[in-house]
Design a protein around this ligand. Structure first.
Ligand SMILES: [Zn+2]
Length: 259
């Protein structure tokens, strides 16, 4: 059997959201690893979701925990305290703090609140020596400005990078790797494609953001880590290198951050 996911890593997926969409999540995960998937990072979005997600634990599955930007409209001080308790309780299972960040598309709260919540979570990450996976929607200028002042003590990830070459270079200069999702493969994503072409393979990660953002051939359908190969192939073609070479480098990049 040809293993179409051999050596590939999905740096950002949501098992809990897949389950909510009534996808057969455990079976999908098992099939991905049978097909050669090297690893995936299951991302947290809510205070206690790790308690549910931990059941998917197996070799090659890594976990992140964090409060999604939507928590900026809540009483987030209490939530961050509880998040810290979970980091302590699940310390040996948690590899990344994510996803947290800024979202001015959905505009959950004003910039002050969104930035405060992000800063509190970066402080948490620094306290426990965790890398951070950052969500950014329509907030690149503010985020770059913030990250230039706020230091993270671990090399970290900009999840679903969806901006242009200028911001790509700024994030890389700040020590981030850029994780590309299925939206890279859409016809209109010219700027993201240009950015991806311009940067070094050493700064690239690849993700599905399952169950969202399915790549072009299956756009509109529910996504799973089993579709990660479409985005690898797309990036390899964009950069004129074999997919196997891209996969080897992304693997190195991923394990530089996720342990
Ligand atoms: Zn996500």
């Amino acid at each position: 059997m040809e293993k179409k996911l051999l050596n590939l890593i999905d740096s950002h997926c949501h098992f809990s959201e897949m389950a909510k969409k009534e996808m057969n999540t455990q079976q999908i995960i098992d099939e991905c690893f049978e097909n050669g998937l090297e690893a995936c990072l299951d991302i947290g979005i809510a205070t206690n979701d790790i308690k549910e997600r931990i059941k998917y634990k197996r070799e090659g599955v890594y976990f992140a925990v964090a409060l999604y930007p939507s928590f900026s409209e809540k009483d987030y001080i209490v939530e961050v305290e509880q998040l810290e308790k979970n980091i302590i309780d699940f310390r040996s299972e948690i590899s990344v703090l994510g996803e947290c960040g800024l979202d001015f598309y959905w505009n959950y709260a004003d910039a002050t609140r969104q930035l405060e919540l992000l800063e509190m979570q970066i402080d948490l990450a620094n306290r426990y020596n965790l890398p951070v996976a950052i969500h950014c929607r329509e907030a690149d200028s503010l985020l770059v400005d913030f990250l230039s002042r706020k230091k993270l003590n671990q090399a970290s990830i900009i999840h679903c990078f969806s901006s242009d070459m200028v911001f790509a270079k700024k994030y890389i200069d700040l020590g981030f790797k850029l994780s590309f999702a299925g939206n890279l493969t859409y016809k209109k994503s010219i700027e993201i494609q240009e950015a991806c072409r311009a940067i070094s393979v050493k700064d690239i990660l690849v993700e599905t953001d399952s169950p969202y953002l399915s790549p072009q051939p299956i756009r509109g359908k529910l996504n799973s880590p089993g579709n990660i190969h479409y985005t690898y192939d797309f990036i390899a073609q964009l950069k004129g290198i074999p997919t196997t070479r891209l996969a080897n480098q992304v693997k190195e990049n991923f394990y530089e951050i996720v342990k």
